[in-house]
Design a protein around this ligand. Sequence first.
Ligand code: SF4
Ligand code: SF4
Length: 221
Amino acid sequence: MPMTRFTCYRCVHCCFFTEERESPILLWHEVLYLGKLGELLKIGLNFKNLGQGFYRFAISGFCPFYDVASRACRIHREKPLSCSMFPLLVDLASLELSTSLLCPWVYENRRNLLEDPGEDLEEVFQSEFKALREVVKWVYTVSKETSKLAIYFTSYFKNVASDVIREISEKYRVIKITESSVVDGFYYVLLEGEVDLDHLERLLKRDEITWYKLEKVPPIT
Ligand code: SF4
Ligand code: SF4
């Protein structure tokens, strides 16, 4: 019998952590972004370097981005991939998939999940699978050897921000663009390969851009 699609109950299990070791794993570019977001929102965030480009978002209790009143993630659109793929879990060495029994939906459907072959998980967890693919893409295809440049800027002029991003995209290899849903006009753009810092400075130094920062990211070791 085909399994029903996964339905998130929006319980607190995903965003409340009794033990730090249960809290989300982050990719290095997510730490850069969340770190800057934390600074702008004046929220203290704690990341632990696990090596090889992975970090733990060390949280005790509710995640600082969780809104208890609405039972929702305040950064839903740009939340970390490990949050987006939950309750799917992946062993990145073997690419073996599993589901977390901490999730009440998984617990209720555990018999069917165990009986179904692995490939059906893609049908059951459609959007979570997309996030999982994104994780695998970052880990296996986004080169770790080359340096990257993170650009952060704030502009309340959407057309100016779009023009800047378009010009950057035409000249450089852009590997990530994020527009914040919680800090008005805040953008994060990640570039790979050679960049002309003078050109970027000229591009970003304008009245319509409130502030900007360029941050070189060394190769991941
Ligand atoms: S980032 Fe969002 S989804 Fe992830 S733990 Fe925090 S509140 Fe929950
Ligand atoms: S534990 Fe499962 S049901 Fe609860 S919020 Fe997370 S994914 Fe949704």
